[in-house]
Design a protein around this ligand. Structure first.
Ligand code: ATP
Length: 136
């Protein structure tokens, strides 16, 4: 059985992460799941949430905006609209995005409700993820 798993996080902005890890957890639509090397293949949708990985004594923590996870025995690909490491999250920017979306929601009618609530979800989770830090 393989003892490492290649984890890749891909967004339209580029390859966010690619490395061999010991395990990772991500936020599936049905809840958090964990993957170890040698896992049976599966495909799942993700919701806005956190992804963590372990590689030896190193822990990495990412914000993932939702998307898909394709898992195989020796490789997992996360396809997301956006993703950043916890340490790279600009909390002021997330707070500003949340404020903008909240203002839009107050305008009742002529707004895209789903878009505003999705923006609030992204900013809320970004702020939560930013409070967590990985370790090397
Ligand atoms: P904003 O309105 O601030 O752009 P958003 O939720 O609409 O927020 P996204 O569409 O999810 O932003 O992401 C656009 C790009 O900006 C992606 O590359 C994402 O990684 C980056 N990004 C968005 N918000 C932050 C943040 N608070 N800190 C760091 N990078 C961010």
């Amino acid at each position: 059985m393989e003892d490492k798993l290649r984890l890749e996080i891909v967004t339209p902005y580029g390859l966010v992460f690619s490395d061999d890890v010991d395990e990772f957890t991500a936020t599936g639509s049905e809840g958090e799941f964990g993957v170890l090397p040698g896992h049976a293949p599966f495909l799942t949708t993700l919701k806005v949430g956190m992804l963590t990985y372990k590689k030896g004594s190193e822990t990495g923590i990412f914000f993932v905006s939702g998307g898909y996870a394709e898992v195989g025995p020796d490789k997992a690909t996360i396809l997301a609209d956006s993703s950043e490491r916890a340490e790279d999250i600009d909390v002021e920017r997330a707070k500003a995005a949340m404020k903008r979306a909240e203002e839009r929601l107050k305008q009742a009618e002529k707004i895209d409700f789903a878009r505003a609530t999705a923006a609030i979800e992204r900013s809320t989770i970004r702020i939560q993820v930013a409070e967590k830090k990985g370790s090397k």
